[in-house]
Ligand binder design. Sequence first.
Ligand code: DGL
Length: 297
Amino acid sequence: MNLSTLSAPIGVFDSGLGGLSVYQHLQAQLPYERVIYFADTLNVPYGNRSAQDIVRLTELAVSWLVHAGCKLIVIACNSASAYALERVRTLYPAVPIVGLVPALKPAVLASQNKQVAVLATRATLEGELLARVINEYATPHAVKVIKYFDADLVPWVEAGMPTDAPPAKRLREMLNVWTGQGVDFLVLGCTHYPFFRPFLEQEIFHKNYNLRIVDSGKAIADRVVSLLKQHKMMNRNSSDIVARIEAYSIEDVVHRPAKVHTDLQAPALQFYYTDISHEAETLQQKVKQLLTGSTNF
Ligand code: DGL
């Protein structure tokens, strides 16, 4: 492995801001890696789209990240992983690609009541990956899996999660319903959702519910660390990472090759987005706000 590959960026893809919840874990475990983030803000949310549409959009995003020179790619989107993970792995066999599936396995193994709820998008709940985990873990352990989706949750996160909005009210109600049904584990099966985990935990604490929450963020970062080690691609040169976040719009995903910043002064996180009607400055602020947890609950 040559030096330029070691310092090549990691690619992270999501339909919008949600993948930043995975980035937080990557950054904590891999502070010396530079990340190129592709947010398909023009087409978010993916959760209500057809499988065909999700595959098409994921192929475009991953192709863009591959051409940007990423040494490893994380599809930080459960909905995209559910339909397109195998496809992009086939298209780009030389690049390790990590996908996401709701963290049902640890919830199933730890549930005392044998009842867990999975909160995810419709696409993820209907996808093949989740069905496989249910068959492999929940069914043999006789654990009941309650699936729930609310199409407004992803737009709510993208909008900064105002606590007086209807999705917040519905989440409070659902915590009550699940607890009443004996659910003792709630799986957050969408990368947007960890951003409102503090909101859920506050409610659980105040109402004294017997409910624990799990998400996939840390396990994904662990997997990335182990793949980088396995492929001997870990960047150990701390000096060439500048702790800065910058946002840039992508004018043309299909025809223009990615022109990412790779010089020594390149920021640690380059946040590329597809809805060019948005101001880079505004996006940059939103990204920073989510990463520093400065959302008020
Ligand atoms: N963060 C994506 C996921 O994990 C969001 C899905 C969407 O865009 O609906 O599924």
